[in-house]
Design a protein around this ligand. Sequence first.
Ligand SMILES: Nc1ncnc2c1ncn2[C@@H]1O[C@H](COP(=O)(O)OP(=O)(O)OP(=O)(O)O)[C@@H](O)[C@H]1O
Length: 256
Amino acid sequence: MTAERKGPLIVAVGSGKGGVGKSTLTANLAIALAKKGVKVGLVDADIYGPSQPVIFGTQGQKPQAEGNKPIPLDSKYGVPHLSMGHLVAPGKALAWRGPMAAGALGQLVEAHWAADTEVLLIDLPPGTGDVQLTMVQKFKPAGAVLVSTPQDLALIDAARAGQLFDTAGVPIIGLVENMSGYACPSCGEVSDPFGAGGVEAAAERLELPFLGRIPLDMAIRQGSDAGEPPAAGDGAMAEPFLAIADKVQAWISARS
Ligand SMILES: Nc1ncnc2c1ncn2[C@@H]1O[C@H](COP(=O)(O)OP(=O)(O)OP(=O)(O)O)[C@@H](O)[C@H]1O
């Protein structure tokens, strides 16, 4: 009972609000870590809007099972992954209550991950509800990354998500600002539809590390929709994810 949980280090990626880019960050962070030689797996725990099958281009695939445990799906980006989206028919909404959802998610976390998996990234559902709390309490992530857009409302929610991890005793690795700065494709002028710098200022206020910012760029959305995540390429849009992965990797190394 008192034995430490064996297996990969769990790192949760959370956000206070939906639509701020949590799934985009989780997928690209996983790919960036894999590029750096880290053995990484990914669980898409976002039961209400699983998007990892689309981002990885594995929608429609069904994981095999061995015993009662699902076998993660391979991806061409070196990141085995499992998503609720692989288990339900596309377009079908899941109307599960907290305990049922938490049970199903537990199966994904405790799936047949390769024995040498070092890090398991978990794409949590947005917000601070039951499922998030159960996940965090049951699987006790080693750390959490929080993502937010820079505007005040998203930041207030992000701070609330931070409290959820705090309450559960999960250290926050740092904050990421997504959708910061938009370069107009025709004139190149940079504007800030959601403001800029808000997340870095919030990190300072909350005395948490700031891990970096990802610009609002059409290539990121297009790549995600096409199953070609930007971190996998060698274009400019891979850079911010690689820089964030450096910091997460440093945090992981400092821990072990
Ligand atoms: N930096 C960015 N630039 C352009 N588009 C982005 C960026 N980040 C995310 N997007 C797009 O915004 C949409 C929402 O992103 P994503 O699904 O990652 O958010 P989320 O926080 O996981 O949302 P939810 O958990 O509510 O499903 C997607 O279409 C994604 O491609």
